[in-house]
Design a protein around this ligand. Structure first.
Ligand code: PLP
Length: 405
């Protein structure tokens, strides 16, 4: 008797979910590198186009390898339907542009991934869509902004890079009263640590580029929601505008996601240990990690997340000079603006990912010149601590005049 995949536990779903074997009985998911499909007859082609029969038509619409990934993502998220995209940004863009029209109103948390911020602040207003930003942690601001009718709420929790949380249940309640759907960018939490759909969100988006591949190889995105919204609102947009995930990348992501639970669990344990290690270090001003005692929203983290995540953010004393001295002294940790990789990566947000938003907006988000975002990979945690320890010793050697810059 075939297994009911909804009865399986998450780690099993990640490996077995959505598998469709061909007649050859291959163990690994087959890579269908094909753009088109052939029909047995002209009649079958016609019936496919009228919808009388189900048959693959064209890989901009659907592809068997991509379908396996979408089915697996549905199972892991507990969602009715999924549509993958070529990148995480294509997922955010498609979710927003398919749902919105001129005259609509969007409320978003200020602490958004840079390109998401650009879509809300710059792209949407060009099409006559009004947008308003609020401080994500401040429920009064959400309540006020959503006391008027709205069409869509976009938020990220935990946020990049300051790991600020948004109360998903509370904001979803305000949003629904205002008539808005709630779109959650769940990249930092991954589908394993936080399930926004169970907390009232309507739509969840991912950059599969991050933890789902988890090995820094391919770009990808995903949008999950109820079947009606995906079929009626999203799919016509995606199928006609073409931000489609390639079958090759879907094949890579299918193998990447098999180890998601193992990787996220290991990286979370290391990240929590590293947050404690950094907090005790004299060259560190402050550490942000959602489940630490000194995180102002630790109670909310305990309520809506099952672990603190794979990212640790900290502030080095000595501003930019201190942060650069530490980053240039890393031997193991690499300088990169990426995250969610098996290799540990350090980012200086003020000069890279958050350079364009400007000093005023950075100050509002709490990003200082000494802030470093660390994405914890799969190295031995003791080696990571050794590398951080020796690099932070370099901060102490930065001359006081440079450190004061
Ligand atoms: C990386 C990222 C994105 C964009 O994903 P891409 O795959 O790079 O297009 C969106 N949101 C968050 C939180 C991200 O980290």
């Amino acid at each position: 008797m075939p297994l009911d995949p909804s009865k399986l536990r998450p780690a099993t779903r990640l490996v077995q979910g959505g598998v469709q074997r061909t007649a050859h009985g291959e163990t690994a998911e087959a890579l269908f590198l094909t753009s088109g499909y052939v029909y047995d007859s002209a009649e079958q082609a016609e019936a496919t186009f009228t919808g009388a029969v189900t048959h693959y038509q064209y890989s901009r619409f659907a592809n068997p390898t991509v379908k396996m990934l979408e089915d697996r993502l549905c199972l892991i998220e507990g969602a009715e339907a999924c549509c993958t995209t070529a990148t995480g940004m294509a997922a955010v863009n498609a979710a927003l542009l398919s749902h919105l029209k001129a005259g609509d109103r969007v409320v978003a948390s200020r602490a958004l991934f840079g390109s998401c911020h650009w879509i809300v602040s710059t792209l949407l207003p060009k099409f006559g869509i009004a947008t308003e930003f609020v401080d994500g942690a401040d429920l009064d601001q959400w309540r006020k902004a959503l006391s008027r009718p709205a069409n869509l709420v976009l938020l990220e929790t935990p946020s990049n890079p300051m790991l600020e949380l948004v109360d998903l249940q509370a904001v979803a309640d305000f949003a629904h009263q205002a008539g808005a759907v709630v779109v959650v960018d769940n990249v930092f939490a991954t589908p394993l640590l936080q399930q926004p759909l169970t907390l009232g969100a309507d739509i969840v988006v991912y950059s599969c580029t991050k933890h789902i591949d988890g090995q820094g190889r391919v770009l990808g995105g995903a949008i999950l929601s109820n079947k009606k919204w995906i079929d009626d609102t999203l799919l016509p947009f995606v199928r006609n505008t073409g931000p489609t995930l390639s079958p090759f990348n879907a094949g890579v992501l299918l193998k990447g996601i098999e180890t998601l639970a193992l990787r996220v669990d290991a990286s979370c344990r290391s990240a929590a240990a590293i947050a404690d290690f950094l907090a005790a270090h004299p060259a560190i001003g402050r550490v942000w990690y959602p489940t630490r005692q000194d995180h102002p929203q630790r109670a909310l983290a305990a309520k809506q997340m099952s672990a603190g995540g794979t990212i640790v953010t900290f502030e080095v004393v000595g501003g930019k000079a201190g942060a650069f001295a530490a980053m240039n002294a890393f031997n193991l940790i690499a300088v990169s603006n990426n995250l969610g990789d098996s290799k540990s990566l350090a980012t200086h947000p003020a000069t890279t990912t958050h350079m364009r938003i400007g000093e005023v907006e950075r100050a509002r988000l709490g990003i200082t010149d000494g802030t470093i975002r660390l994405s914890i990979g799969l190295e031995d945690v003791e080696d990571l601590k050794d590398d951080l320890g020796q690099a932070l010793a370099a901060v102490a050697r930065v001359p006081a005049t440079r450190a004061a810059e």
